[in-house]
Design a binder for this molecule. Structure first.
Ligand SMILES: NC(=O)c1ccc[n+]([C@@H]2O[C@H](COP(=O)([O-])OP(=O)(O)OC[C@H]3O[C@@H](n4cnc5c(N)ncnc54)[C@H](O)[C@@H]3O)[C@@H](O)[C@H]2O)c1
Ligand SMILES: [Zn+2]
Ligand SMILES: [Zn+2]
Length: 338
């Protein structure tokens, strides 16, 4: 099979490897679409200099083979199914995994492939192998949308962390790809209103097509109702300050965006205490988030929100152009279709 490996900043090569074997509880998936996320963009641009790397963790495809022990289990993937694939490794044994919070599994992700590439998904390839428990059938949607299973699961997780309930007023800070997904899911879950706060006027008008109640700059926060839940989809001090101004007393703030080298924000202890705020983090996703994300994809409920987020599609042979495209604006998802 052909597989793309990022070997240095601005360098990617297509290698030939044998089609992988599967174990008794695994599934072989022929990749139909792989979305490029911030991580792939960072690897290619040299902002994350970890090479050689087999990247691509937002994968959808068709089941080609199913291990003996999982064939014909109810609701398990079957040969021919279109699936969205969870390529995370969760050890199941560490303290967070045992406590039901596998999103923060202590074991390192990835590993070394036979060709010496570090695997970070390895979905920019013709095939991937995953445990059957992590392969989710999605019915008949466009594979480019099915490849949004992973980011969608992250946002399902974020809504769960924010304990969003029908009737809540929601504010989303940032109108990037993740802001769009938060708006779509908040609507789906019956939010009373969704306000989007975004600095860039172009991005504000782009998100207006998805019909938020308001798309405003931070200067206009005083003109909209305060929110029961604020989702911060950026990693910045300013965005956290905006969240504190946007949230209602007794409300929740979810820090969804994050960066290890982002500037630390000060936590205003008295304000959190006196206004009885909840500030929480949301990182990655867990199996129950995938279950919900797969179902949302299958039902087509979110299709009208997701379709405009496919910015461009490239064949695997043009993966260099696809990776370069992630640096452009406006970009939501660039999809590689092997
Ligand atoms: N929690 C998770 O599981 C998870 C998963 C994937 C990505 N992320 C994180 O989500 C974040 C967003 O990803 P994205 O792809 O949407 O990024 P993006 O860069 O496309 O979007 C961010 C948007 O925020 C806007 N912005 C920046 N500062 C602002 C401010 N102070 N106020 C209002 N708007 C502001 C930008 O103009 C931009 O439109 C990243 O930090 C990423 O690391 C988290
Ligand atoms: Zn991703
Ligand atoms: Zn673990």
């Amino acid at each position: 099979m052909r597989t793309a490996v990022i070997t240095a900043a601005g360098q990617v090569e297509i290698r030939k490897l044998p089609v992988p074997e599967i174990g008794a509880t695994e599934v072989l998936v022929r990749v139909a679409a792989c979305g490029l996320c911030t991580m792939e963009g960072n690897l290619y641009a040299g902002r994350m200099p970890v090479y050689p790397t087999a990247a691509g963790h937002e994968v959808a495809g068709r089941v080609e083979r199913v291990g003996d022990q999982v064939a014909e289990l109810e609701d398990a993937p079957a040969v021919g199914d279109l699936v969205t694939v969870d390529l995370l490794t969760r050890c199941g044994a560490c303290r967070p995994c045992r406590g039901g919070q596998s999103a923060v599994c202590s074991s390192p992700q990835g590993g070394m492939r036979e060709d010496g590439a570090i695997t970070m998904g390895a979905g920019l390839a013709e095939y991937v192998v995953a445990p059957a428990a992590q392969v989710w059938p999605v019915g008949t949607v466009d594979p480019a949308l099915a490849a949004m299973g992973e980011p969608l699961a992250c946002v399902v997780h974020s809504l769960r962390r924010g304990a969003l309930r029908a009737g809540d007023r929601v504010t989303v800070i940032g109108a990037g790809y993740m802001g769009h997904l938060h708006l779509a899911l908040a609507r789906h879950h019956g939010a009373r209103s969704v306000t989007v706060v975004e600095l860039d006027p172009g991005r504000r008008s782009a998100i207006e097509a998805a019909a938020p109640d308001a798309a405003i700059g931070p200067d206009l926060l005083g003109t909209v109702p305060r929110a029961d839940v604020v989702f911060v989809t950026i990693a910045s001090k300013e965005a956290i300050a905006t969240a504190l101004a946007a949230v209602a007393d007794g409300g929740r703030i979810v820090l969804f965006g994050g960066s290890p080298d982002g500037p630390p924000a000060e936590l205003p202890g008295y304000e959190v205490h006196r206004r009885q705020l909840t500030v929480t983090g949301s990182y990655s996703q867990e199996p129950e988030d995938w279950r919900a994300a797969a179902e949302l994809l299958r039902g087509g409920t979110l299709t009208r929100y997701l379709e405009p987020l496919v910015t461009a599609r490239y064949p695997l042979d043009d993966v260099d152009q696809a990776l370069a495209r992630t640096a452009g604006t406006p970009v939501y998802r660039v999809v590689v279709t092997p």
